[in-house]
Design a binder for this molecule. Structure first.
Ligand code: ADP
Length: 262
């Protein structure tokens, strides 16, 4: 039993993330697999994280573990299970000192969390009813453009103007993008329009939550720098993030495991 290691796993709708921390809460291993609940993704991300930690043979050898995310109930081997809201708030408060608003856009939903001055979760608003404004919307559009979702940011940076997308529904927006492509509009300008559409949805959510600085962004969509910058301009505040943005829920779960020391 490695008594000084703690594991968090975030079983998302589209990706599984695992973080292992030491007794000081420093990240010593991380794993990500682009498949979520009900797939081999959770096991694969745990194996990847475990392999990075010298002397750790298996996930069962950590002192305490905590599962979060959409599919957390399937991970019965963990000692703890916590909601993704609590874990994102916990992870973001630790990574971004002084953060009061956390915008978390994942594969299937978008949330805006309001944190108290002490970093605790005070309230939240959420869109989990519609793919528009989520990673799914961007995944679908990347499929239409024939690129990876990670390429959208670079394409947006090549845009010279925004080709606006008027449909809010993902299915109709997809048809609109296809007809814009067919009419010869340059891909970067359509990508800019797709990003503006997500920004508008996110801004609406954030306004409902109340935007108090500092503002941080977590979840996979935070990795899209061009979209993040458009969102900064829309909300009028800088948005902090980090390379570990997609791991914030798993990191928060690992910190809960550390605090519980079960
Ligand atoms: P969930 O927890 O719901 O599975 P994540 O927070 O892991 O969601 O985010 C998944 C989403 O992040 C994907 O749907 C995709 O749109 C986006 N994403 C993942 N990797 C990247 C990347 N490198 N650049 C831009 N977007 C990304």
């Amino acid at each position: 039993m490695a008594s000084d290691l703690y594991l968090g796993i975030d079983v998302g709708s589209t990706a599984s993330k695992c973080v292992i921390v030491d007794a000081q809460g420093a990240i010593v291993g991380r794993g990500l697999y682009a498949a979520g609940a009900g797939t081999a993704g959770p096991r694969a991300c745990v194996d990847e994280a475990v392999a990075q930690v010298g002397g750790l043979a298996s996930a069962e050898d950590v002192a305490c573990s905590c599962a979060t995310g959409y599919g957390r109930h399937l991970e019965s081997w963990t000692e703890l299970q916590k909601s993704e809201l609590s874990c994102h708030a916990r992870g973001a408060a630790e990574l971004f000192g002084g953060v009061r608003t956390v915008i978390d856009i994942g594969g299937q939903d978008a949330k805006v969390l309001s944190l108290g001055k002490d970093g605790s979760l005070a309230s939240f608003v959420m869109n989990d009813k519609c793919a528009a404004g989520t990673g799914r919307f961007l995944d679908v559009m990347a499929g239409v453009f024939g690129c990876k979702v990670a390429d959208l940011s670079g394409l947006d940076r090549e845009s010279t103007e925004v080709a606006p997308i008027s449909s809010t529904c993902t299915v109709f927006a997809e048809s609109e993008v296809i007809s814009k492509l067919a009419s010869g509009i340059a891909i970067p300008n359509i990508v800019a329009g797709v990003h503006e559409s997500v920004v508008e949805r996110t801004y609406g959510l954030a306004k409902r939550a109340g935007i108090v600085p500092d503002v941080a962004m977590t979840g996979g969509v935070a990795l899209n720098a061009a979209l993040r910058e458009r969102l900064e301009r829309r909300i009028g505040f800088p948005i902090v993030t980090c390379d570990d943005a997609q791991y914030v829920g798993a990191y928060g779960a690992a910190l809960f495991a550390l605090a519980a020391d079960c």
